[in-house]
Write a protein that binds this ligand. Structure first.
Ligand SMILES: [Zn+2]
Length: 144
């Protein structure tokens, strides 16, 4: 998906009959507005229960919506495969988005915590600033 999820968002052209699995790639989503969320929920809740759903490459803004907006995932079990975590290295003053793979980086879904990763430049341990524990709450909703 690319662009904004706002009041102009239109999911109605997507047809999902006879589909077993849907993978949503949110990497291109730059903005999500409150009216966009309503449109999203309406669309998302209409997906058949028999379809398995996976989210990949979600920016943190999507993860925040999942955590804060009751109903963003409706009552569905979603496999959040990977998401971007903002972080910075104090040593190199380098700020970037790291793609975290849920399966590789989160082993304990009951007590989610930022994974220990090292900066590729200076090898110092990465401080996941802005990435508070609450951002990992969603993992309790994952299919383990
Ligand atoms: Zn560094």
């Amino acid at each position: 998906m690319v662009g904004s999820i706002d009041n102009e968002a239109d999911f109605s052209t997507l047809g999902f009959s006879d589909i077993k699995k849907i993978v949503f790639n949110f990497e291109g989503v730059r903005l999500i507005s409150s009216s966009g969320i309503q449109t999203w929920i309406k669309f998302f809740s209409g997906i058949s229960e028999s379809v398995s759903i996976e989210f990949v490459r979600s920016p943190l803004r999507i993860i925040t919506q999942i955590n804060l907006v009751l109903g963003f995932l409706f009552s569905k079990t979603v496999n959040i495969n990977s998401f971007f975590a903002p972080n910075s290295c104090e040593e190199c003053d380098d700020s970037k988005q790291i793609l975290l793979e849920t399966k590789a980086h989160f082993h304990n879904f009951a007590a989610p915590a930022a994974p220990v990763l090292n900066c590729d430049l200076c090898k110092k341990e990465i401080d996941f600033d802005r990435l508070e524990k609450k951002n990992f709450l969603f993992s309790k909703r994952l299919a383990a």
